[in-house]
Design a protein around this ligand. Sequence first.
Ligand code: HDE
Length: 713
Amino acid sequence: MADKKPLVDKSQAAGSDALDKKNSNPKIQDIEQFKSDATGQALRTNQGVRIADNKNSLRIGARGPSLLEDFILREKITHFDHERIPERIVHARGVGAHGYFESYANHAKLSKAGFLAEKGKQTPAFVRFSTVQGPRGSADTVRDVRGFAVKFYTDEGNFDLVGNNIPVFFIQDGIKFPDFVHAVKPEPHNEIPTGASAHDTFWDFVSLQSESAHAVIWAMSDRGIPRSLRTMQGFGVHTFRLINDEGVSRFVKFIWTPKQGVLSLVWDEAQKLAGKDADFHRRDLGEAIELGNYPEWELGVQVIEEQDEHKFDFDILDPTKVVPEELVPITPLGKLVLNRNPDNFFAETEQVAFCPAHIVPGIDFSNDPLLQGRVFSYTDTQLSRLGGPNFHEIPINKPVCPFHNNQRDALHRTTINKGQASYEPNSIDGGWPLETPPAAKDGGFESYYERIDAHKVRERSPSFSDHFSQPRLFYRSLSPHEQSHVADAYSFELGKVKRKYIRERVVNEILANIDLELAGTVAKNLGIAPPKKPSVKVPEPELQTSPALSQQTLLPESVAGKKVAVLVFDGVSDQHLQQAVSWAKQHQVNLMLLGPLSAPVTTSKGKAVEVDGSIKGEPSILHDAVLVPEGSGIASTFLENGDAVHYLLEAYKHLKAIVLTGEAAKLLASLPLKEDAGLISGSNFSSLEGQLTEALKSHRVWAREGSIRNIPA
Ligand code: HDE
């Protein structure tokens, strides 16, 4: 007689099973905020079959072997086995956000691009910020260049502006890119270091390839360690063309300027963050958007008339050069606002495919040989990364305008093309889809009618040969504290280089040509004889300094979006706390209450206040400023708490604003802290808030920098 399966109502079963069932069936109204497409839906296989048991594989007897027949198990594991796709060879670590671009005006005189044709015209956009060197799981705050890639979903097709947070690149010709990337990536024998350029192969390459000197000094400056992705400029790097409706072309450089100011970390902070919060930048961006502090950038162009192409003492086709703003000011075009976090990291941020060749009518390439190399590379790389040529069908990559052509089939095709004619010309479908002739408006894409009359050569233009006058201009344009950070960064990185001859080559053949004093400081730090003169003759740049290159000229106008910690203990003054809360609300500052534990603290009036975290768990490196408010016995309670003392000393060492109110000011007598423009104390918060706002706008108290070397934090 055949066995009959006993009927078991699993929801009644005893033990953990019953508990699991209970927990896995929450009421839909309880999870409204996390609602997904699956809310209220049955669990099914990919073939649509309802699954009765997602906890046990099919086996012979409860303790017996599993069965190959278990298609539910096999489908689940097979899909899982293939969840990863190859990470990007460079820029693997990234974070994305949605938003929109809004044109300030009708820019038809400059470009016939539709997204620039109307004041107030909004175009959806997706941005991906990235580091260059590290893999997908590397830390956010390493010293590196940041990618700043923007996809504009325009009515006339996608336009990708795939830029960086520095305006120059390491090489002049695409043919050197694989060499550069092999040199900067972790070394091949041991795959070290992760997310850092402080190693022999990088410095070997860049010291032999002096065209990289300019990009390297930008990476060694504070630009290489941004405070936030919201506080970076973005640059198209190459010279592009804008073409207007009369077919007139002008050269342009694209520049994004953040409303949040251009701000950086300090090196000690960046290194600690890499361990304590490897997701610091992506968290910061996501939180700001979540809180409604939408990051904003102004897009501008530096416009160079065709007849002025050769007017400068550098070649505008050379991607290792900036066009100083003092020579060509920025014309604002519009603003980018990021206002929505992606719903799914993989589907959007990981699968987005940018390409500098994605341009629309009204925009065109210049003959920058690096740009020409990029135009090929990006689509090519997606073939292996996204598994075939249909990656434009992935929702994040799909144009918002309709698109039809005769391309068919291939891996992962999702479009179901109807009809029989997939060729051109055809008559059986009336010839469709048809070409659109170029026109001033809504025309087909037409390349700029450029005449080129020259020999086919493998040759670098002599106008690309000066590699030092612009790094010199950059260095001279920095404020003293920025300059000293540059010297510190070279000294740190070269200190990690094992081969002495590489260190010496950087000092003698690169730095000596940029600035002898800089070379001398780095040489002294490394124990190398300071060079006496440059190794090549460096032409003097047309400008002695370009103030626009210094971050000091790019501070924010407001403090919106800053993160300020308030260290609270039992007995904290309700009044002082309340004053801080209303100041934060007024200025859109994100106030974080941190207690000795993550448990609530009791105020002087006996009120229990929830905290946002503990002093130990949310260290000072996560915040822009700190407030210790009045409380009964606060000074002695504080001094007994090592984490709190460390917090304050570390914030001081990192040149942050510190506010001590009421009795908390007594801490000045016990700790090695000196009052300055950013270390403010007084009887109540309200009398100090103006000073705090100003200190936060300045970002750091640079005047303190000279005196903090002996602070132990
Ligand atoms: Fe890239 N670059 N690159 N690059 N690049 C890639 O494309 C390449 C260059 C930049 O968030 C890759 O989809 C070559 C300059 C950003 O998805 C790859 C050359 C600038 C991103 C590639 C350059 C950039 C990339 C890797 C020299 C600043 C990330 C994955 C000719 C203007 C985009 C991918 C994202 C990504 C090639 C030089 C910026 C391999 C061959 C110059 C922001 O195709």
